[in-house]
Write a protein that binds this ligand. Structure first.
Ligand code: NAG
Ligand code: NAG
Ligand code: NAG
Ligand code: NAG
Ligand code: NAG
Length: 418
């Protein structure tokens, strides 16, 4: 490898050839820390002349959690790779080898599988705090429980984060969380749909495109490059485990890259991100009609809440806390981030709209704000704290735009498909 200094200019930042002194890659599909992709409500808040905000509706994926049992086990086994890497048999820079050797797992990584991490708690806390600062008029009276409806899907790593959200939202931590009802059409619309479980969620073909892409030249080349860096041959599972070690141990709170990420080049990361996008596209997104219809239930709730708000005031805040599955379904129901042709495993489509890094990162969210205007209402949409430019007029919908798009979701039924 040539050690001459190569200078790249990527987003205004000087990149050297080693990992430790380069601009780190930040797109890790659905395991991206929220801070790497978020905006900030306080900077992006939309102010509309003659209107004032009255109600908020949001759906949020849980924050960063530790890996589940199965993937955690692969990762733990793979940690031993760092003992075999040396300057002699790897193409890594010396400092990157040192950093990897000095790396140690914190107690959260393997100690409690599928549990919310400190970072995940802070992700929720931060969202709520910034929201409150951007819309102070809606959060100056959080003692009044009745106006704040918070509902969590089942899963302790989802429920645990809601406490962080409440802490960020209120001075007094007095808000109560509504328990998830058994048939939760909004936060978990897929419960009780046997065909969905059989055909989609656990369907035999749902990962076909993902598997095809793993056989592609592009993936194989990436795997070779990673092997050169590690200095040994690797299985698919080893590559995934190394990728997971990199993305789970990237600290978004401290904005500190993980030394494990030195084992992948930006090109390798793009390949791994595409694999993640394919998984989500077919399991949760446009790849299957079930996903779109289930997302419509979620959007019907938004319509109902805001319609009620225009008539009788409604909840000041309606917030659902959920899983990546439901968030992906929601984008799909809205027709957002949809590519003209389905994405497939034949070859990576590098200019695409479907990017799980943004759609279903940890704590990724869709948020809508209802404004009461002199003679009308308006609705503003945000994704991860930035207005959604492709909704209506740069994220601002008139009431009739909103009705035209959302009212039909009231008629959604899925029973005959289930
Ligand atoms: C690589 O994965 C295989 C199974 O796919 C496993 O047996 C082996 O221990 C892994 N190697 C390392 C170094 O993690
Ligand atoms: C790489 O080199 C180190 C030290 O030179 C050695 O301990 C290690 O076993 C080598 N790894 C492989 C996979 O050959
Ligand atoms: C909260 O803000 C609204 C709008 O600015 C104001 O009308 C109301 O009096 C405030 N309530 C409290 C308790 O400060
Ligand atoms: C819902 O369905 C009914 C009956 O099929 C139809 O009359 C109505 O126009 C539909 N409403 C919307 C908003 O699509
Ligand atoms: C859903 O399941 C039912 C009964 O299990 C079956 O009759 C129906 O054809 C299925 N629908 C689809 C679209 O597969």
């Amino acid at each position: 490898m040539r050690r001459s200094i190569l200078l790249f200019f990527i987003s205004g930042c000087v990149c050297l050839q080693c990992f430790w002194n380069s601009c780190p890659f930040k797109h890790f599909s659905s395991k991206t820390p929220y801070n790497l992709i978020r905006g900030d409500f306080r900077d992006s808040v939309v102010k509309i002349k003659g209107c004032k905000p009255t109600n908020i509706w949001t759906i949020i994926r849980h924050g960063k959690r530790s890996p589940g049992r199965r993937f955690g086990k692969y990762m733990k086994e793979t940690v031993t790779i760092k003992d075999f890497i040396s300057k002699e048999n790897s193409t890594l820079c010396a400092q990157d080898v040192d950093n990897l050797k000095n790396w140690q797992a914190d107690s959260e990584l393997f100690g409690k599988p599928s549990s919310l991490t400190k970072e995940g708690y802070l992700e929720f806390y931060g969202i709520a705090k910034r929201l409150r600062e951007a819309y102070p008029e809606l959060f100056n009276n959080t003692e009044d429980d009745a106006k704040y409806f918070l509902q969590s899907a089942i899963g302790h790593w989802v429920e645990d984060g809601v406490e962080g959200f409440i802490e960020g939202l209120s001075n007094d931590n007095q808000l109560r969380i509504k328990p998830a009802p058994a048939l939760d059409k909004v936060a978990a619309p897929f419960r009780k749909c046997a065909n969905y479980s059989r055909l989609v969620r656990w369907g035999p073909t749902v990962y076909d495109e993902h598997d095809t892409y793993r056989l592609s030249k592009e993936y194989q080349k990436a795997k070779k490059r990673i092997e050169m860096r590690v200095g040994m041959s690797l299985t698919y599972d080893n590559v995934s485990a190394l990728y997971d070690l990199c993305r789970y141990t990237w600290s978004g709170i401290e904005m500190k890259p993980s030394p494990w990420c030195a084992l992948l080049s930006p090109k390798d990361f793009e390949v791994m991100e595409y694999l993640g996008d394919l998984r989500h596209y077919y399991r949760n997104g446009y790849g299957n009609i079930y996903n779109i219809i289930m997302g419509e239930y979620v959007m019907a709730d938004l319509y109902k809440q805001f319609k009620l708000a225009t008539e009788e005031g409604g909840n000041t805040l309606t917030a659902y806390f959920t899983h990546a599955t439901v968030l992906d379904m929601t984008w799909s129901a809205l027709g957002l981030y949809k590519d003209t042709k389905p994405i497939t495993g034949a070859a990576g489509i590098h200019k695409r709209k479907w990017r799980t890094t943004y759609l279903s990162a940890f704590a990724a969210n869709l948020l809508a704000v209802l404004y009461k205007c002199d003679n009308d209402f308006k609705v503003v949409f945000y994704r991860n704290e930035e207005p959604i430019k492709t909704m209506c007029h740069h994220g601002v919908c008139s009431w009739s735009d909103f009705e035209n798009k959302f009212k039909p979701f009231l008629n959604t039924t899925i029973e005959e498909l289930c």
